[in-house]
Design a binder for this molecule. Structure first.
Ligand SMILES: [Zn+2]
Length: 326
């Protein structure tokens, strides 16, 4: 056991943490995310039925895995728009540590899907697309990558995204569980991402190619995948769902289980909190941009404009007269 693995076995793991790591001999690095109270608050707040909660939990773990790589003050958003029972999911990660999420679904169609045994996360999504958006606050720059969803689920869609948009060989694993506790149940979510990032860009490009992809005349052995990435990917792929959501298994110990033969080095963990960024000031700004007539049209039976945040369900009420020009 070398020094790196010694450090990795220390039990520093806590819930709602992202732990970056590197497996130097395999030129691979990644992150593990373990979500406890944060994802439980998101899913319980909306009281999603269990199959919907599982899917939103997966989307939340994926968003935190990818968004926690942001090195600047910005926002990372994962959004699905599909024809399935859950036709929209939005998860926002505001760097460095805030996550929020909501989903839209049809309750009747969900009941039918459960009855016919077709309520897995991928089945609830159906077909459409997954959009990954990075917004960099101050410079106002925006980048969006889109991958089709065709029943393959979020893990595989994430692989496609990295293959097509970033050209980084990537493995993503996601898991969600509802643990029964004394007082009821608690949701947990976990995720693991491993990427092949060698010094040589050529090796990275070739790692995910198969012999069949070799251009005509090329020597196949040069393109037949990279041994380091093949090993990193197969070690990471042995992770079990229950390990990703086990509250008694620290992220360090989990990484040690997966990569101890090669030595894994962990970096400082980053915490994650469930937090919405809605505010009364923001809503008032928005209401001011409408005309007085438009604001009158928004008034409910009680004579006030009621606005409920889709993410955190906070309900706020406003008197339309307060926004009229004096
Ligand atoms: Zn809110």
């Amino acid at each position: 056991m070398n020094e790196q693995t010694t450090r990795a076995v220390s039990d520093l793991g806590l819930d709602d943490m992202v732990l970056p790591f590197v497996v130097e001999p395999l030129e691979s690095r990644g992150r593990v995310v373990r979500l406890g109270p944060s994802v439980d608050r998101i899913l319980s707040r909306h009281a999603y039925p269990a199959p919907v909660a599982r899917l939103v939990g997966e989307a939340t773990a994926l968003t935190v895995l990818l968004g926690s790589a942001l090195k600047f003050q910005g926002r990372f958003q994962v959004q699905t728009r599909t024809n399935g029972v859950v036709d929209m999911i939005v998860v926002d990660f505001d760097a460095p540590d805030r996550v929020r999420a909501f989903a839209r679904f049809d309750a009747d169609n969900l009941a039918r899907a459960i009855e016919s045994g077709e309520a897995s996360p991928a089945q609830l999504l159906g077909s459409g697309h997954l959009a990954l958006t990075i917004e960099q606050g101050q410079e106002n720059s925006r980048y969006q990558g889109v991958v089709p969803l065709e029943g393959q689920g979020l893990e595989e869609a994430a692989h496609q995204y990295f293959r097509q948009s970033e050209q980084i060989p990537t493995l993503v694993r996601l898991a969600v569980a509802e643990n029964l506790t004394g007082e009821g149940s608690q949701w947990r979510a976990g995720g693991l991402m491993v990427q092949f990032l060698p010094q040589s860009a050529d090796r990275m490009r070739q790692a995910d190619l198969h012999p069949g992809d070799a251009p005509e005349g090329a020597e196949v052995h040069e393109l037949a995948g990279d041994d380091a990435w093949t090993e990193a990917k197969s070690l990471a792929a042995t992770v079990e769902d229950h390990e990703l959501v086990d509250p008694t298994l620290s992220s360090e110990r989990l990484l040690y289980r997966l990569f101890h033969e090669r030595g894994v080095k962990v970096f400082e963990g980053q915490s994650v909190i469930e937090a919405c960024r809605c505010s009364s000031a923001r809503i008032e700004d928005m209401l001011r941009r409408f005309t007085p007539e438009e604001r009158r049209d928004m008034v409910g039976d009680n004579g006030r404009i009621g606005i409920t945040c889709e993410f955190c369900s906070t309900h706020r009420e406003y008197d339309p007269a307060d926004f009229d020009p004096v």
